[in-house]
Design a protein around this ligand. Sequence first.
Ligand code: ADP
Ligand code: MG
Length: 726
Amino acid sequence: MSSARENALRTIISSGIEPRPAEVFNADKNFGCDVFGLDVMRKRLPKAVFRKLEQIIRNGEQLDPSIADTVANAMKDWAIELGATHYTHWFQPMTGLTAEKHDAFIEFAGPGKVISEFSGKKLISGEPDASSFPSGGIRSTFEARGYTAWDPSVPAFVFRGERGGTLHIPCFFYSYSGEALDRKIPLGRSIHALSTQALRILRLFGNTSASRVYPVVGAEQEYFLVDRRLAMLRPDLMLTGRTLTGASSPKGQELEDHYFGAIPARVQDFMQDVEQRLEALGIPAKTRHNEVAPGQFELAPIFEESNIATDHNMLIMNVLKHVAASHGFVCFLHEKPFAGVNGSGKHNNWSLCDSDGNNLLNPGSTPQDNAQFLVFLAAILKAVHNHADMLRLGTIGAGNDHRLEANEAPPAIVSVFLGEQLEDVLNTIIGSEQALHGKRTPIEIGVSTLPPLPIDQSDRNRTSPFAFTGNKFEFRAVGSSQSIAPVNTVLNAAVANALEEIATELEAGVSAGSSLNDTLSELLPALFKKHMAVVFNGNGYSSEWPEEAARRGLPNYANTVEALEHSMDPSISDVFLRQHILTERELLSRHDIMLENYVKTVQLEARVLEDMARGSILPVTFQEEARTADLALKVKELCSESDSVEYGHFRLIREHNLALKAALDSLNSEISATAAIDDATIQARSVLNRLLPAMQAVRSECDALERIVERKQWPFPTYAEMMWTY
Ligand code: ADP
Ligand code: MG
C-alpha cells in the first residue's frame, strides 16, 4: 500500500500537464448548443405546434398528447444530428441524486433491420422499474413501479460522451397513485403556491399586468479536488466522500493564502473544461475561484428560475464529477471531506420576480415600490420567524451536520441579517428605542408617502444563515452535496403561507372601506414589531448567540436527528398541507427516508472506518511497536539505558495501539448494537449519541498514531499530500 502511495506521488510529481489543443469556445455562439431550447423548437416545429408548446412551457402545463409525436420526432432528429444514440428520462428520486436509464432510439424495421424512432408517448412518460428507489413506504412491492413524466418547463438536452450522446428529458417522478417520489414535484407545487399568494399582493397595489410571480435562484457551488491517484488509495474518500481518519496537515488554511489565490494551472484547465460543457448545456457558469480550504474551489452560475436552477445545479454537480475524472482528479461535493479545514456549502441566492421582469425584493425608487417591497419583506420575516424549524429541515443531512456545528458555516439557528440601514428603517417604522439617529417618530408608511429606503448593498455578515444582500436573500446553510430543491421548497412554502395571511388581512381592510395606505400603516408596524425577533445582525459564531436565540424563542436544532424529531410537528406539517406542497403521506414518507438515509450514511462510515483501522492501520502500527521495541532493546544492550528516548517512543506507540484496539472493539459493538435496533427514531438517536462518538474515539487514536509512526509506513495518503498536491 505504502509503495503504491509512493508511486502515486512520484507520478504526480513527474507528470507535467499536457497542453491540450487550444479550443476556442465562443460562449455567444455555443451557449446552449446542446439544449432543445425555444430557438431550436421554433426552427424545427410547425408554427402551430411551436405556439402550443411555448404556451405549455410558459404556463407550466403538461404536454398535450396531440402534439407529442411531432415534438418527439423533432427532438429525436435534432439529438441524432448532435450525435445522440440514446434517450433517457432524467429524474431526481429521493436518493438526493439524479437517475437515468438509457434506451437506444433503434426499433426493428424488419428482419435484421433497425430504424431510429421516438414516439410522443415515450417523450411524455416512462415507467422505469423503480422498485429500488427509496419511497418511504409509498410504494409497496406489489405496486413497485414509479412513473416519470416530462417537465416541459426545463428544456431537454444532449449529454455528450466520447462515443455519442444521450438525449436527457428532465422528468417528474411519481407513484401509481400520483404521489411525489421526487424532489421536483413539491418544488413545483411550492412555486405555484408562492405565485398565487404573491399575485394577490401585486393586485392590491394595482398591478394588473403580471400573470405570475416566480422565485429565481443562483446557487454557488463549493467543491474539493483531490488527485485521483491519491484519492483512490483512500477507501473512506472513495466510499463515503469524506476522510474518516487523517492527522491535520502542518499547513492548513491559517495563512489564508489559498482563498482567491491564483488558480493552479491544472485546476484552471479543469474549470474551463467544466464551464465549456456547462455553457453548451445552457448553464450560465459565471464565477470561478479558490475557496478558503486548500484544495477547495467554487463555481457560481448566473441566477435562473428556481426550477431550472435546481435541475442545473444537479447537472453542475454531475459535470464536475464527470470532468474531474478526465483531468485525473476526483471532485468531492461532501460537506466535510477534511477535518480541521473549512467544509463546503452551497449558498442559495433567492429572490422573487414577476412575469414583467421586476425583482420584487428590489426596494425601488418610488414610494409605491417601497411600500410593496416592505410587504414582501414583512412576509419573509414572518415566514422565517414562524417557520425557522421548517427551513432548518431543508438543510439536514449527515454530511451537513459536520459543517453547521463548526464555526465556519452559519449556525443551525435560522435568523435573518438585514444590514444596519434596513434594520434601522424597520426600527423607525415600529418606533423602537433601537432606532438610530434619534428618529423615534415612526415613519409613515403609505403608498404615497414612504421615502426612498437606504439599503446596504453588501453582505458584511458571513455568519448569518439568511442574509439580505441588497435585492436578494442568501441562504447559506445549504450543504454542498445537497439538492437545492428541498430548501427552496420550504422557503417558497413558508413565504407563500405568510403572504396568504397578509394578503387576506389587507384585502379585508380594503374591502371594509379603508384605503390601502391606512391598512398598510396599521398592519406593517405590527408585523415588523412581532417578527423583529428573527433579525440578528450580530456575530452568529459567538457563544452568546445560542443563549440569546433561546431567549427569543428561536429553535436551535443542532443536528439532523433533532430536526427530524420535529419534522412532523403541526407548525411544519400545517404549512405543507395548507399550501398543497405535500400530503400527509408524502410528508411521512419523506421523514422516514431522511431518517433512514442518516442512519445508513453513518453506519456505512463506521464500517469503512473499522475496516481501514483494523485492516490497514493496526497491522502497520503493531509492526511499528515491534520495531521500536527492538530498537529500545538494542539501545539498552549498548548503553544500559532502560528509559531511553527509544523506549519512551515504543511506550507511546504501544499505549496508542492498546487504546486503538479498545476503541475498535467498542466501535464494533456499537455497530452491531445500532444495527439491531428496530425503531428508526431510536436507531438514529443511537447513531448520534453512540456510534458517532465511537468513531471519533477510533479516529483520535489513528490520528495520534499517524503523527508518531515512521511516515513511510503509513498506509494512506496524508492530508498534506491530498490537499496541497495538484
Ligand atoms: P457573492 O455572494 O459571492 O458576493 P454574487 O453577488 O455574485 O456573489 O452572487 C452570487 C449568486 O447570486 C450568483 O449566482 C448570482 O447570479 C446570484 N444572484 C444575483 N442577483 C440575484 C437575484 N436578484 N436573485 C437571485 N440570485 C441572484
Ligand atoms: Mg454569496
